[in-house]
Design a protein around this ligand. Structure first.
Ligand code: SAM
Length: 233
C-alpha cells in the first residue's frame, strides 16, 4: 500500500484529497493519505516557520528546523522513503514520473510557501541512505504554495495504482500512454457521447459504423494529428 504524507502550513487546503477517486481509494485501503501541520513542530507563541533570507532580498524563507522535525516524525522504518520537495525550480512532473512514483512505499510531500524552504533540508535527507529526494515542479509558473502541486502529483500517481480506477482499461488508451507508429507518446483522440447531433454538430460517422478496425484506425490518426498540432503551437 502506498502511503502519502503531506506537510503544509495550510492543512485545510488539502481537504479535496478526501473526495472522489482518492477518497474511495483510501476507503478501499489502497492508499493512505496523512496530512501534517508544519506549525505543530514550533515552540514559540507565534508558531513561526520562516525567517529573513541570508544574503538579503525580498520575502521570507521557511526555516529548516520545523521541516526536519516534521519529516523525522513521519518517516517510517522503511528502507526507502521518497521525499518530494515542491519547487518551480525542480524537475518537471509528467506521466512517466507518476508511473515511477507508483513503485514507492512512502511519499512525503514538502509543500513550501513564501520564498520556499531552506535548501539544507533537501541536502540533509539526500545524505541519508534510506531517503531519496526529488525536487519537483508541476510546470513553468509560480504558485503561492506547494499544496496544489502535491494534489496534482498524488492524483496522477494514485489513479495508476491497481484497483483505484473502476475500469483499468481506461488507463490503456489515454493521453501520454497511447503509442504512435514511431513509438512516440500521443495525446488522446477526441471523445463523443449521445446525442449523435448536438446544436447541428454531428459525431464523426466512423464512430457510428460499428467497424472496430476503422474506429481504431481513425482514433490513432486523430491522436497523431492532435499531438502534431500541439507541437506546432
Ligand atoms: N521563490 C521561489 C522561486 O522563485 O523559485 C518561489 C516560491 S513559491 C511563491 C512558494 C512555494 O510554492 C514553493 O516553495 C513551492 O513549494 C510552491 N510552488 C510554486 N510554484 C510551484 C510549481 N510550479 N511546482 C511546484 N511547486 C510550486
Amino acid at each position: 500500500m502506498l502511503r502519502f504524507d503531506l506537510i503544509s502550513i495550510f492543512p485545510e487546503y488539502l481537504a479535496p484529497l478526501k473526495l472522489s477517486l482518492l477518497g474511495k481509494a483510501v476507503d478501499k485501503g489502497l492508499i493512505t493519505i496523512n496530512i501534517h501541520d508544519l506549525r505543530d513542530q514550533t515552540m514559540d507563541v507565534h508558531h513561526s516557520v520562516d525567517d529573513t533570507p541570508y544574503g538579503g532580498g525580498a520575502g521570507m524563507v521557511m526555516s529548516a528546523a520545523p521541516w526536519g522535525d516534521a519529516i523525522d516524525q513521519i518517516s517510517n522504518d522503511l528502507d526507502q522513503i521518497d521525499l518530494i520537495i515542491l519547487t518551480p525550480a525542480g524537475k518537471k512532473f509528467d506521466q512517466a514520473m507518476a508511473a515511477e512514483f507508483t513503485k514507492c512505499k512512502q511519499l512525503i510531500f514538502a509543500c513550501g510557501r513564501y520564498e520556499g524552504i531552506d535548501a539544507r533540508v533537501g541536502k540533509h535527507y539526500e545524505n541519508k541512505s534510506n531517503f531519496k529526494v526529488h525536487e519537483v515542479s508541476i510546470g513553468d509558473y509560480v504558485l503561492g504554495g506547494g499544496e496544489v502541486a502535491a494534489m496534482v502529483i498524488i492524483e496522477a500517481t494514485a489513479r495508476l495504482l491497481p484497483g483505484v480506477l473502476g475500469n483499468p482499461e481506461s488507463l490503456k488508451e489515454e493521453s501520454h500512454s497511447i503509442i504512435s507508429s514511431s513509438d512516440d507518446l500521443l495525446v488522446e483522440y477526441p471523445n463523443y457521447t449521445k446525442p449523435a447531433v448536438w446544436r447541428g454538430l454531428e459525431v464523426p460517422e466512423v464512430l457510428l459504423s460499428g467497424n472496430h478496425g476503422q474506429i481504431a484506425k481513425w482514433r490513432k490518426e486523430q491522436a497523431e494529428r492532435r499531438t502534431d498540432q500541439l507541437g506546432k503551437e
